[in-house]
Write a protein that binds this ligand. Structure first.
Ligand code: 2AM
Ligand code: CA
Length: 268
């Protein structure tokens, strides 16, 4: 059953990706959610409208939670819920930096069942179904085997708002000194997919929403990685901080993160 959910999610993510590519060649109509940092484009809205409509057609009983707010509750109180980011990496998209994705995941209550993260610019499709592993363009993927923080490549992200006050600058500095480097690519869904594919060994970020992480979390878990908060508790969708790694460097990253938190308690 998870397979048919996954096939539907793949089809929908690929079609939404076509919309994003089509919109890229048009003049951008950028709007701001409140101020000049939180962008939303015509592409976010068009992609979301398409995804929500298609999910409602295929799965009329399911709830849909989508970033731009056009989702709906389940008409039959079903426990299935889709988490949709119609364009993850909007800032990149608006600047023509080709690191953006469509992220779609299905959860049954708290259990993630199927996940797709699709970068339509590079045609990179990351997929996972619970218990069936994760794949990149149809081929099985696994997290990396890098076992030490000192030889790992990491990734993080910064919130669009209040960057000056962001606790994460401390973590960014520390982890940069203790690893091969910390990338900051601007699409949390792709960051998590990259951990699943072994491109990055670890990723952390504060303040992400459910639609940013739902698909990526299942990808990392099904690729053999680990996802928790800094205390080591299982990550809850929408929780204040996410730590996703290949499993091997998890405890080392957690120890460093907790040390930074202790040094700057106001920052957590
Ligand atoms: P977006 O492009 O879909 O907004 C950047 O590190 C990551 O944070 C991106 O995945 C970005 O997703 C996400 N992001 C940006 N603004 C956010 C917000 N207000 N709440 C949660 N996540 C956000
Ligand atoms: Ca988005």
């Amino acid at each position: 059953m998870n397979d048919s959910y996954l096939s539907a999610a793949i089809e929908i993510a690929q079609d939404a990706g076509k919309i994003l590519i089509e919109e890229l060649s048009r003049p951008l109509d950028i709007r701001y959610k409140g101020d000049e940092v939180d962008l939303v484009t015509q592409a976010d809205k068009r992609s979301e409208r398409f995804i929500v409509e298609r999910l409602a057609k295929y799965f009329p009983d399911h709830a849909v939670a989508a970033e731009e707010g056009t989702g709906h509750e389940s008409p039959s109180a079903s426990e299935f819920r889709w988490h949709v980011d119609p364009l993850d990496g909007t800032t990149n998209y608006a600047h023509g930096y080709p690191c953006f994705s469509v992220s779609i995941a299905l959860a049954q209550r708290d259990t993630l069942l199927a996940a797709v993260v699709f970068n339509p610019f590079y045609n990179e499709l990351f997929t996972a179904a619970r218990g069936e592993g994760a794949a990149f363009n149809g081929k099985r993927i696994h997290v990396s085997k890098v076992a030490k923080l000192s030889t790992s490549l990491l990734c993080t992200g910064f919130p669009v708002r209040n960057r000056k006050a962001s606790a994460n600058l401390q973590y960014y500095g520390d982890f940069t000194q203790r690893s091969h480097g910390v990338r900051r690519d601007g699409s949390a869904a792709l960051d998590l997919a990259s951990v699943a594919a072994g491109r990055f060994d670890g990723f952390w970020e504060f303040g992400l929403a459910k639609w940013d992480t739902a698909a990526g979390v299942l990808l990392v878990e099904e690729a053999g990685g680990k996802v928790t908060d800094f205390a080591g508790n299982p990550y809850q969708l929408g929780g204040p901080v996410i730590l996703a790694t290949n499993g091997l460097i998890h405890e080392e990253m957690r120890t460093v993160a907790l040390e930074i938190s202790r040094r700057s308690p106001a920052n957590v």
